[in-house]
Unconditional design. Structure first.
Lengths: 140, 140
DNA sequence: TTAACTGTATAGAATAAAATTACAGTAACC
DNA sequence: GGTTACTGTAATTTTATTCTATACAGTTAA
């Protein structure tokens, strides 16, 4: 799992928290605790998927362009972090004579692909709004 | 997600494939494509969880000590890779005044904890034997 | 007692991730 | 029309993580 997913969710929750207001990459970066350029990269992706609107130039920044009651974390995951559940490192070697070594990669790929679908289904049970609500109900 | 999970699954499938036989860390490492010391580390964990028996000294190695029809990938995940779904990097800063920044970490922790439970449930739908069967049915 | 193994720690190398820098493009404002 | 404040994106540097490799103590069979 990719940490850009966390950045995307945090940014969307933050923008939901300040409805109708633009936030610059610097403002968001400060809240998220990362570098503005990293925020811009993630936000650029969110814009391409229709979650936010961006405005360049002076007075510009990012503003929510979706219904946070309807946008699920599953949609955000798919937009930003699709395919990152499977570890980068993989076992086996397709050149080996042993059936296990040469075929396990393919089978595990399928397992992880299904696992990711399953994960997305779970994440669809959470919306940007519901995350914001839970944050609001955190005790001090 | 941790690549030690993949190593554990591969090793268990391999041991299931050669029933009653001991395999050294070197043999398994060659099949998995990693270093024997890494295999020993993972196998040590599998032993502590009752999946394999190990034998030190000459003629030693690893042998299956569970029913591969019953051992699920969920159990293996829990034993070897528990807690590795959540990315290492996390957003927010508990010292900040902003509610979002200071509380999101806690909420996302819960989301990932539940997601992991969900993932384990999915992985419980696969056994070591079922993975071996799927490998056997790979063409070529 | 020696040889072949595991168990475990640690050091080193490779890789991936994050931060930073840089700069072109864009829009508001004077 | 020039300046300022922003995004978009790529390249570079730094940092962290992961994987490999080495080392050696402990164990067991011959």
């Amino acid at each position: 799992m990719n940490s850009e997913f966390i950045i995307a969710v945090h940014s969307l929750v933050f923008l939901t928290y300040i409805p109708g207001q633009m936030a610059t990459s610097e403002t968001i970066a400060e809240n998220v605790c990362t570098h503005p350029a990293r925020i811009r990269k993630v936000m650029s992706c969110l814009r391409k998927n229709g979650f936010v609107k961006t405005k360049e130039g002076i007075g510009g920044g990012y503003i929510l362009d979706c219904n946070p009651d309807e946008v699920t974390l599953g949609q955000v995951y798919r937009a930003v972090s699709c395919g990152t559940l499977k570890p980068g490192w993989c076992s086996g070697d397709s050149e080996q004579a042993c059936m296990i070594s040469s075929n396990i990669k393919h089978v595990m790929d399928e397992v992880f692909l299904d696992a990711e679908t399953q994960l997305e289904t779970y994440l669809n049970g959470h919306t940007v709004s519901s995350i914001l609500q839970r944050i609001k109900h955190c005790k001090e």
